[in-house]
Design a protein around this ligand. Structure first.
Ligand SMILES: [Zn+2]
Length: 299
């Protein structure tokens, strides 16, 4: 009987060798099945990894990223947008790759429908990490989102983007002037970050009255957002101080499409003032130990 079994095994092995030359060699069936394929694809795989590393290294510097945003806005204003990175291939890429290897800017802007962030920078999918909130205020949730953008999506620039005719800033200005109207219950805690900006604009421009103060308040609100960010986010301060990223202020003109860039030196001044302020937050990391999970870059 044993002989017959051995014969059957031998015969089936020979059959297998003829039909599936790899499978009957003993050892790990699955691994050997894949072996020839692996060998055949060995070179392209290595090449692909090398390309990914190169792409990571090729991420723009802060100044290069700002230049890309400026160039994109210029195309948008001139009506010659390229509409890059919005085709099917980009979607497939977005589904497979880490946005942290591609996105070159974090932008916080107002929710106003006249401020379409990707369009006005002529950018596409996986290009800009966007936070939109009425009045482009930097409160806890927005600052947390900015920390994602700078520390996990690794964007080399953050733009705090105000805009002309901002309704949120106008509403706060009216409230400060005592000419405001009743607000829905969740709006006051949203726009309270804007009030110091309006008051500062009024104190800097005592001769400017009524709605004429709004454009000044809009600019002060951008600076207020940057100050609030630095006060609450040691991680953002560190990333800017180390030169890995820049924080810049800008104001979008809803009537022309032009982004007016505010002086970068003012951001440096704000950061210096915050570093000297004993009330600034000091612990960069949250407790709870979810850092690994958060580092995935999928947010
Ligand atoms: Zn607005």
């Amino acid at each position: 009987m044993n002989r017959i079994i051995k014969l059957i095994i031998a015969a089936s092995c020979i059959f297998s060798l003829i039909m599936f030359p790899v499978a009957c060699g003993g050892g790990d069936d699955t691994a050997e099945h894949k072996a020839p394929v692996k060998k055949a694809e060995a070179k392209p795989e290595v090449k692909h990894e090398a390309t990914s590393v190169a792409e990571k290294k090729a991420k723009p510097s802060p100044d290069e990223a700002i230049a890309m945003l400026k160039a994109g806005n210029a195309r948008f204003v001139d009506g010659i947008s390229n509409h890059p990175n919005i085709n099917r291939a980009r979607l497939v890429q977005a589904g497979k790759e880490n946005q942290g290897d591609h996105a070159y800017a974090t932008v916080i802007s107002c929710s106003d429908s006249r401020v379409p962030v990707e369009l006005l920078f002529d950018a596409g999918v996986m290009d800009i990490f966007v936070i939109r909130v009425a009045g482009n205020v930097c409160d806890t949730d927005e600052i947390g989102s900015i920390e994602y953008g700078l520390c996990h999506v690794n964007t080399p620039v953050l733009v705090v983007l105000g805009h002309t005719q901002c309704g949120a800033v106008t509403a706060v200005t009216h409230a400060v002037h005592g000419t405001g109207h009743a607000l829905e219950r969740n709006i006051p805690p949203l726009v309270d970050n804007i009030e110091p900006a309006v008051r500062l604009a009024m104190s800097k421009h005592p001769d400017v009255h009524g709605n004429d103060i709004v454009p000044h308040a809009i600019e002060e609100n951008v600076w207020q957002g940057i100050e609030d960010l630095f006060m609450a986010s040691p991680a953002s301060r560190e990333i800017v101080t180390s030169g890995k990223a820049k924080v810049v202020g800008a104001i979008y003109d809803v009537g022309t499409g032009i982004v007016n860039w505010l002086p970068e030196s003012k951001t440096t001044d704000i950061l210096e003032n915050v570093e000297a302020n004993p009330d600034r937050a000091m612990d960069a990391m949250a407790g709870g130990g979810h850092a690994e999970e958060a580092a995935g870059g999928g947010h």
